[in-house]
Design a protein around this ligand. Structure first.
Ligand code: NAD
Ligand code: WQD
Length: 337
């Protein structure tokens, strides 16, 4: 029997790739998104890639009545909650907006799930909950301590989920702590399409490669890393999407946190080299001061997800950059014509 899954934020970068993964496994998918940071073209792309239809609802999940209607109108049996604001710098400037959007959407959803006795919840958390880690690779039991309002929202939502699962043992919740999602669908029809100048490394590098931006600033060349530039655990967005499928299909009573990463790090200079290789373009860059709030190294220990969820990320950095470049070069302006 097919299962109906609500994907909030499903028009966004990770949600759209996860919608494809679920449709390919014959789930029925309802997407709720207010398109605050995404395009309706992403919904078209999902349907083109899968030759299936999704139910799309343009909804602001901060509005409780709209969430009620969503659950009244669709036979939702599980929820994957991507919807949220995610820019660290913006969260420092507009904390209230971030707390309201990220917390209120989640509480409206959990309330309505409870009313309709829907207890399976998969949440987009982030490695940002670890703040500046004491040791790497990071295990789920490591100390948490985010360092910006965005990270606090993720940490608070994790706590809400843990408390909710402790209060009622019908809840089955997986908190997925993503490391650095990059890349795009191999079709070239779906990928990351940030508004304005990208904050993140790979979309910035891609826009340099496609001549939308002149030059990359490498934020610091004196980190305590092998080449002096920051090291991150980049994970292909399609591996991440498969991680959501695994989290949904192997969900257990209670509330569990899982690192979704590869366990392998890459420096900024290694990412630049992989992008040059994938695109055949030179990526001009200068090494500048460190960016406020950055850390030297972030690296997942994904053993718990490997063992409990039977999931493993297997696409390497070259594939991540090759797929990112296919999307960027075939759609230089993203979903905009
Ligand atoms: P995204 O911005 O592409 O997708 C988020 C989607 O949520 C967007 O389509 C946006 O329009 C929608 N949305 C925001 N507020 C909403 C609201 N009130 N009602 C309805 N829809 C709303 O971001 P993404 O990269 O796909 O990230 C998805 C989730 O994963 C986010 O929760 C983010 O915090 C988390 N995450 C992302 C990363 C990353 O680097 N991309 C890393 C760790 C965690
Ligand atoms: C990666 C590396 C930078 C841009 C962020 C959030 C985190 C999570 C993922 C949501 C770092 C360097 C970057 C540039 C550069 N998001 N860099 N020049 O900071 O690891 O993580 O996205 O949960 O919460 O903080 O990712 O891609 O911004 O940076 O040199 O123009 O690239 O210093 O070493 P980050 P990033």
């Amino acid at each position: 029997m097919t299962k109906t899954v609500l994907i909030t934020g499903g028009a966004g970068y990770i949600g759209s790739h996860t919608a494809v993964a679920l449709l390919e496994k014959n789930y029925d998918v309802v997407i709720a998104d207010n398109l605050a940071n995404s395009s309706p073209k992403a919904i078209e792309a999902i349907e083109t890639i899968t030759s299936k239809t999704v139910t799309f609802c343009k909804v602001d999940l901060c509005e409780q009545q709209a969430v009620r209607e969503l659950f009244a109108q669709h036979p939702i049996e599980a929820v994957i909650h991507f919807a949220g604001l995610k820019a660290v710098g913006e969260s420092v400037e507009k904390p209230l907006w971030y707390y309201r959007n990220n917390l209120v959407t989640t509480m409206n959803l959990l309330d309505e799930m409870q009313t309709h006795e829907v207890y399976d919840f998969v949440f987009s958390s982030s490695a940002t909950v670890y703040g500046d880690p004491e040791t790497v690779p990071i295990v789920e039991t490591a100390k948490t301590g985010p360092t910006n309002p965005y990270g606090h929202t993720k940490h608070m939502i994790e706590q809400i989920c843990q408390d909710q699962a402790a209060a009622d043992d019908r809840w089955r919740i997986n908190l997925l702590r993503y490391f650095n999602p990059v890349g795009a669908h191999a079709s070239g029809k779906m990928g990351e399409d940030p508004n304005g100048i990208p904050n993140n490394l790979v979309p910035y590098v891609m826009q340099v490669a496609v001549d939308r931006l002149d030059k990359l600033k490498v934020f610091g060349g004196d980190w305590d890393t092998p080449d002096g530039t920051g090291v991150r655990d980049y994970i292909h967005v399609c591996d991440l999407a498969q991680g959501h499928l695994a989290a949904l299909e192997n969900i257990q009573a209670g509330c569990q946190a899982y690192n979704l990463g590869t366990g392998t790090g890459a420096s900024v200079l290694e990412v630049i080299a992989a992008a040059e290789q994938a695109s055949g373009k030179q990526i001009p860059y200068t090494i500048t001061d460190r960016r406020a709030g950055d850390i030297a190294t972030s690296l997942a220990d994904p053993t718990k997800a490997n063992d409990d969820l039977g999931w493993r990320a297997d696409r390497n950095l070259a594939t991540m950059l090759t797929d990112a470049w296919r999307w960027q070069s075939e759609n230089p302006l993203g979903y905009e014509e």
